[in-house]
Design a protein around this ligand. Sequence first.
Ligand code: TIU
Length: 232
Amino acid sequence: MPTTVILDALPGPIELDLDQTALIIIDMQRDFLLPGGFGETLGNDVSQLQRVVEPLAALLDAARAVGMLVIHTREGHLPDLSDCPPAKLNRGQPSKRIGDPGAFGRILIRGEYGHDIIDELAPLDTEVVIDKPGKGAFYATELSKVLADNEITQLLVTGVTTEVCVHTTTREANDRGFECVVVSDCVGSYFPDFQRVGLEMIAAQGGIFGWTAPGTAIIPLLNGRAPVEPAV
Ligand code: TIU
């Protein structure tokens, strides 16, 4: 049975081979999404990110149902901060810094409650979890190997935040030859303007970094697997 579907996207339709497509969920961590976490210490309105949870949970369900490879990422650092460059640690004027005690344990430190993924999107034991020290999911991680081992060529990119870790990861993936669909209702920014422009930047110039489409357009393709004739 063909596994190819045509997704109505911007800047134009994209043919997805579901057997070579992975869902990547970027940094849906308590420290970014919950009041009192790192995101809030940076001065952000975390409620802006909450709107992503429901559509993303629906997409995750649909991806799991068709056996798609699901990859979760978490931004964070070793307890001794040896993998956190001073340039990152000292950036800005947050009320608390990475590694400081926060409402959910030490902020963005691996193993702490706040560093982990929100309950609604908790990874299954069978799913891949990539711990990353940077904004991009390829830098200093095993992501390239995971994708190669699974013969993945296309990515559905979701998570937070649109203009930071989602963009960085999408740009890294695009440079490595992956076709990326950034799922517009499944990515979130603390800043509504950045959300809008961040999505526009992906699909501008004929899709300079990839495509954008809402999860509501992807889920029916997964549910029905609406097969199409493969392109000749
Ligand atoms: N601050 C902000 O918008 N984002 C981050 O610090 N990390 C991610 O985007 N995951």
